[in-house]
Design a protein around this ligand. Structure first.
Ligand SMILES: Nc1ncnc2c1ncn2[C@@H]1O[C@H](COP(=O)(O)OP(=O)(O)OP(=O)(O)O)[C@@H](O)[C@H]1O
Ligand SMILES: [Mg+2]
Length: 430
């Protein structure tokens, strides 16, 4: 049993649930889950907070439950954000101040995300992450780590993630209403990728596809860094809603039927199997062939697949031989989905739950908890430095993009404090 020297908390504010996770960190940086709270929440639509009161309630209850289990008071937390208000751009900036003293230093590199974030500021938007992809030195392209090099002209290509200021503030206020200070805001899908990917997958090229309740979030890694991201406004909710609309049944019944009876493969179901769904405004239930339900599911899954393919094409992913898809999020539990992708898109696909960096409590070894654990991991790496604190209210200071800088050169750049957690994947085992 470890002796925690610090506490880190993650809150995943998802479209279907609020997931709070408290962990202790010991002197070696190892994480141990101490408690969690999972509370269904109806306050979001497509990842955006629409009912503030309902969201506040669910956050409060989720935090209280995690506190009760852990026996500690949660004073602050790292928080995940998603939603259709999130947008992304890849941009190039000339960094004329870098290397002015002859050689590019670690300190220069650590200042780059903030510089780029400031340069990409827009009215009404907040930069959440500025993640360097690669550098160009005096015209030489594609340099991953320019540390120690000489240059007269350094340019950086950066992946910048931003959200609507209103949505970010709303999220921060909702968390603060539970008397929890916000340590940092992280994009949910970046967090998910933290808890499910191996370093080899990042290096070779991988897309993390987080199929949530309200949205499907995609993050593409190329050459070890995030090169592309997108939010598709379709998630598990639409699958359930199709059943509701088609059979005029309740959301609860449709959700249960989806989870227990549906698959994307109608042919695997015997022709005469039927299930009974309650019908709104009628006493008698409706008998529905299970095959028909699966057919509905299949059509929705194919639509989602098409949108995923379009997104990957936009990300310049065309050669799947060396490129992997990693499915996560609650929607990735859908029976048959992984096989459908295997048959139509690529065999290089796996469905992932969080694993590899700490002991995950039994009930939480599921894809729907990837974001929560990823936020924890992201928080653990970022709480080690004084500059890591995000200050969303006064707006000075972008989110923290330093991690991506570290990513290209993980073992050396911790600068003493950044890598206090135990992550055998990332650091080649310990
Ligand atoms: N076995 C299953 N089969 C099909 N769908 C499932 C299964 N288990 C969970 N889901 C779906 O997963 C979705 C919830 O996933 P998750 O908890 O990852 O979403 P969220 O994080 O709350 O939402 P978002 O990330 O979109 O904001 C729901 O639509 C739920 O119906
Ligand atoms: Mg989610």
């Amino acid at each position: 049993m470890m002796q925690p020297s610090g506490i880190i908390t993650a809150i995943d504010v998802g479209t279907t649930k609020i997931f709070t996770l408290v962990a202790g960190v010991d002197d070696t940086g190892a994480l141990e889950a101490l408690g969690h709270g999972i509370v269904p929440c109806d306050g979001l639509s497509k990842g955006n907070i629409e009912d503030i009161v309902e969201t506040q309630r669910a956050i409060r209850e989720s935090v209280q439950e995690a506190q009760r289990q852990a026996g500690v008071q949660i004073k602050s937390a790292f928080v995940g954000i998603t939603g259709t208000h999130i947008s992304f751009e890849n941009r190039r900036d000339v960094l004329d101040w870098v290397g002015s003293h002859g050689v590019i230093t670690d300190r220069d590199i650590s200042r780059i995300p903030e510089t780029v974030a400031n340069a990409s500021k827009e009215l009404g938007r907040k930069v959440l992450h500025a993640l360097p992809i690669s550098y160009s030195l005096d015209g030489e392209e594609g340099i991953k780590d320019p540390m120690g090099m000489h240059s007269n002209r350094l340019e950086v290509e950066t992946h910048v993630v931003s959200g609507s200021s209103m949505a970010v503030d709303r999220l921060v206020r909702a968390v603060e209403s539970a008397s929890v200070k916000v340590d940092g805001v992280v994009l949910g899908s970046i967090a998910s990728s933290e808890s499910v990917l191996t370093p080899l997958e990042r290096a070779r090229g991988t897309a993390v596809i987080d199929i949530g309740g309200g949205t499907t979030d995609i993050i593409v890694y190329k050459g070890g860094t995030i090169a592309y991201s997108a939010v598709i406004p379709i998630g598990g909710y639409q699958f359930t809603n199709d059943i509701c609309m088609t059979y005029n049944t309740t959301f609860e019944a449709a959700e249960e039927a989806k989870i227990t009876q549906c698959s994307t493969e109608p042919d695997t179901v015997r022709p005469h199997e039927e299930i009974t769904l309650p019908v709104l405004g009628r006493a008698a239930g409706l008998k529905v062939p299970r095959r028909d339900l699966c057919q509905l599911t299949r059509e929705r899954a194919m639509e989602l697949m098409r949108l995923i393919m379009i997104t990957l094409k936009d990300a310049d992913v065309t050669d799947f031989d060396n490129f992997r898809l990693v499915l996560t999020g609650g929607g990735s539990n859908m029976d048959g989905l992984e096989d459908m992708i295997k048959r139509t898109l690529t065999s290089n696909v796996r469905t992932a739950a969080p694993s590899g960096f700490m002991e995950i409590p039994l009930g939480l070894q599921q894809p729907e908890y990837a974001t929560g654990f990823g936020i924890l991991l992201w928080g653990a790496t970022h709480s080690g430095t004084a500059t890591a604190t995000y200050s969303p209210i006064n707006g000075n200071g972008p989110g923290n993009g330093r991690r991506s800088v570290a990513e290209g050169k993980v073992p050396v750049s911790a600068g003493g404090g950044r890598s206090r957690f135990f992550n055998p994947f990332r650091r080649g085992g310990r």
